[in-house]
Ligand binder design. Structure first.
Ligand code: F6P
Length: 321
């Protein structure tokens, strides 16, 4: 019987992780479970950094970005020795089940632990939205809101100077954030790793805007497709607009979570605990068409990057330029 569970946040942090932790602790305690919080992700599991969590440990943090348990990218976890130590420590602590909140690397770690016989449930959390078998991962909505806040401001200053801004967006090898931000912020062009683009066509489109007397242009570049600086260097003498570059970087990952991410975190946290209680393990919870889904971690981790919904891709293309 499940008596003591552990939870950790791993990899790049994102807004909504605290909401998930809160839901894990509250759902767990309501079901009579003891909940152990592992600090600093898998690194804390290896180094035995942990605390018993109570409702006090998750009070007044729903509105905070980041993760109160802290996170880390743990190379050691990818080694056989690291994995063995992590599992030994979990057994030593008497942990009956583990909840891992994180992105693709973290879900790989979760799967590896499960394969060692320790029940695990994964929660998809990454601003990149590159995890398959969920419509959306935790933190994506807040990151998009962060992005459009900046781009709205950029348009003000760009318009005052007849400028084009090349905006570099995170997402690792996935162009989801850049694509959806293009729709939401009304950008003129979007370059993503999933699609080739024609530099001449891009320059001609921006030059046409300049000739028409438009006062600004926004070009989104997903980091996986190249550096904004390099793309700006290629276009700056060809488009009429004076060109500036901004790399949004880690700004995108922080900040108070949106309502969507708070509710998503609450749903994921509750679902993850219930899965452990029902012996549904070795899975990742997700959300598809507003319903909580459960997919084998093995399936999730071997499926590759989540493809961008063609509806978003076509919409971004059609509404730009
Ligand atoms: O995976 C989330 C992410 O923010 C990516 O978009 C980005 O490439 C990477 O993490 C940055 O990693 P770090 O925080 O280790 O610099």
């Amino acid at each position: 019987m499940m008596k003591r569970i552990a939870v950790l946040t791993s990899g790049g942090d994102c807004s909504g992780m605290n909401a998930t932790l809160r839901a894990v602790v509250r759902t767990g305690m309501a079901s009579g479970l003891e909940v152990i919080g592992i600090k600093k992700g898998f690194q804390g599991l290896i180094d035995r950094l942990y605390e018993t969590m109570t409702t006090r440990s998750v009070s007044n943090m729903l509105q905070r970005g980041g993760t109160v348990l802290q996170s880390a990218r743990c190379k050691e976890m990818r080694t056989e020795a690291g994995l063995r130590l992590a599992c030994d420590n979990l057994r030593g602590l008497g942990i009956d089940g583990l909840i891992v909140i994180g992105g693709d690397g973290s879900l790989n770690g979760a799967n590896a632990i499960h394969n060692q016989g320790i029940p695990v449930v994964g929660v998809p959390a990454s601003i990149d939205n590159d995890i398959p078998f969920t419509d959306v991962s935790l933190g994506v909505d807040t990151a998009l809101n962060n992005i459009i806040h900046v781009v709205d401001n950029l348009k003000d200053t760009a318009s005052s100077h007849d400028r084009a801004f090349v905006v570099e967006i995170m997402g690792r090898n996935c162009g989801y954030l850049a694509t959806v931000a293009t729709i939401a912020a009304g950008a003129e062009f979007c370059i993503i790793p999933e699609e080739p683009y024609d530099l001449d066509e891009l320059c001609e489109s921006l030059r046409r805007r300049y000739r028409e007397g438009r006062t600004n242009s926004i070009l989104m570049v997903a980091e996986g497709a190249g550096k904004a600086e390099d793309i700006a260097a290629k276009i700056k003498d060809r488009i009429g607009f004076e060109t500036r570059v901004i790399v949004l970087g880690h700004y995108q990952r922080g900040g108070s979570p949106s309502v969507y991410d708070r509710v998503l975190g609450a749903r994921f946290g509750q679902a993850a605990v219930n899965c452990l209680l029902n012996n549904e393990t070795g899975i990742m919870v997700g959300i598809q068409c507003s319903q909580i889904t459960k997919t084998d971690l093995q399936t999730v981790t071997s499926a590759g990057i989540r493809p961008i919904n063609p509806i978003y891709h076509d919409l971004a293309n059609q509404l730009s330029l």
